[in-house]
Design a protein. Structure first.
Lengths: 168, 199
């Protein structure tokens, strides 16, 4: 066990063996003492000075008095990736709908004399369209310029034109 | 498994309520952290108190540790902040010349000498340990001594040591372990005697 521990400390064990040694450290008191002594030896060889033995005992007592920490288990990396992707997709969908709903509509260019122009429009000069034009408009209404989300407006106009025709 | 991964595994165990796993991290880093804090605080008793406080703070903050940085880098920052808070509470100020940026944490030089802040008896005891380690190493067979020095001082991998010593990796593994055990055998009586004595 201690030889494996020595290897573990040097980063020379594969993940599976290392996990087994770490697990065993929890049960093996002698191995835990070796862990401390080996680390102390390394520190001493590198010129470090150990702390007092009382230090370890005091800190151990303080840790024992601390409430045990329990951290929430972290999501696996794969789950986190999918969570992030779905969150990003949701945000993108919300942004798209928001943009469609609140995007600035095309505006008529401001006129230099709006009041003067308003007068002639009071009596619009309605030019009756021939029936053939209605069919043409109906067939090509998909190409007509219009702002999105106008709902039934283009159809309503076309249908009302059709309703007028039979009376003529 | 790398050193950082070992720490991560121990942290994960501690986060699941295994205090013993955290104590293994304390065993590993207590001297390194104390040496760092001795740059800020002169009194040896205070250095130990602040080191303890830093470990307790780290333990309490464990749920927040996500492993984005190495454990020691994280502990290092806690240690520095604890020392600064301590000095401020005592009406003192950490000298800016000794401030060390957190980025240096990973490369903190093991070889840096701890300021000689110990009491006469602790110096004596410290010297006794150092002498024991040194004399044991000197008394080791050449191949064991070279192997443990290349590993602990040079930080070489088993593969590199095997190439340097022209022997199989298994032999390197065995030599390093035997050297460690030989030193530990000489240290154990001293460590038993030293209980509650300060360095």
């Amino acid at each position: 066990m201690k030889e494996r521990l020595s290897e573990l400390m040097d980063g020379e064990l594969d993940d599976r063996s290392a996990a087994a040694v770490l697990e065993a450290l929890g049960r093996d008191r002698e191995a835990r003492q070796a862990w401390g002594t080996y680390h102390m030896t390394g520190d001493a060889m590198r010129g470090g000075r150990p702390l007092s033995e009382g230090f370890a005992a005091r800190l151990s007592a303080r840790l024992a008095a601390e409430p045990t920490v329990l951290a929430p288990r972290a999501l696996p990396a794969e789950s986190r990736k999918w969570f992030a992707l779905s969150a990003a997709a949701s945000l993108a969908a919300v942004a798209l709908v928001g943009w469609m709903a609140f995007a600035p509509r095309p505006q008529v260019a401001p006129s230099a004399a709006p009041v003067a122009q308003a007068q002639p429009e009071a009596k619009p000069n309605i030019v009756p369209l021939p029936t053939a034009a209605n069919d043409y408009l109906l067939a090509h209404q998909g190409f007509s310029p219009r702002v999105s989300l106008q709902g039934m407006a283009p159809y309503v106009r076309t249908v009302s034109e059709q309703a007028v025709e039979p009376r003529r | 498994m790398t050193d950082r991964e070992i720490d991560r595994q121990l942290v994960a165990r501690a986060q699941r309520g295994d205090k013993q796993a955290f104590e293994l991290l304390v065993e590993k880093y207590q001297r390194k952290l104390a040496r760092l804090l001795s740059r800020f605080i002169r009194d040896p008793a205070e250095v130990e108190d602040v080191t303890q406080e830093a470990f307790i703070k780290a333990y309490r903050a464990l749920p927040a540790f996500r492993g984005d940085s190495a454990f020691y880098t994280w502990l290092y920052r806690i240690g520095i902040n604890t020392a600064k808070n301590y000095l401020m509470a005592m009406g003192r100020r950490a000298p800016t010349s000794t401030e060390v940026e957190a980025e240096e944490a990973e490369g903190f030089e093991e070889g840096e000498q701890l300021r000689d802040i110990n009491t006469p008896e602790s110096v004596l005891l410290s010297n006794e340990i150092a002498e024991t380690v040194n004399s044991t190493i000197e008394g080791l067979p050449e191949e064991l001594r070279r192997a443990i020095q290349m590993r602990e001082i040079e930080g070489m991998s088993y593969e590199d040591i095997a190439q340097a010593m022209n022997c199989p990796i298994g032999t390197v593994r065995s030599r390093i372990f035997r050297a460690r055990e030989a030193i530990a055998e000489q240290l154990r009586p001293l460590l038993d005697i030293r209980k509650d004595q300060r360095w």
